[in-house]
Design a protein around this ligand. Structure first.
Ligand code: 5GP
Ligand code: ZN
Length: 115
């Protein structure tokens, strides 16, 4: 999509601070990190969120990228959290599928921030 920021970053039309890349996905540091390590894993093709029809190889690449990002950023040993916001109730801001990988400190108990 022409006007999609994550399409541009994932395909190097706009450069970013990359952590990992393969044929299907790109991972780069979040511009407004909410933890010492905050990386976004983004498919190179445009999908809105996990409710789209996403090919199996892309889903597998996202799963593999989580492991790669955790190892490369050194959060694999102490632990990390993986989040993907989908739609309005999750407050998905960027409408291009992305997975947040957060770590580098204790992230708190429970899944939900205070509402
Ligand atoms: P969402 O709320 O859609 O799950 O999260 C979108 C995330 O993308 C936010 O954490 C925000 O900081 C990040 N973000 C938005 N625009 C950019 C950008 O241009 N570059 C980078 N690196 N991160 C971005
Ligand atoms: Zn896009």
């Amino acid at each position: 999509m022409d006007d999609c920021i994550f399409c541009k970053i994932a395909n190097h039309v706009i450069e970013s601070d990359y952590v990992y890349e393969d044929e299907y996905v790109t991972a780069f540091k979040d511009a407004e990190p909410q933890a010492p390590v905050h990386v976004l894993i983004v498919p190179k093709q445009h999908y809105v969120n996990f409710s789209d029809d996403i090919p199996g190889e892309v889903l597998a690449a996202i799963g593999h990228a989580i492991k790669e990002v955790a190892a490369k950023t050194g959060i694999d040993k102490d632990g990390y959290r993986v989040i993907s916001n989908a739609g309005d109730n999750a407050d998905q801001v960027v409408k291009h599928l992305h997975v947040h990988v957060l770590g580098g400190e204790f992230l708190g108990t429970g899944l939900l921030p205070e509402k």
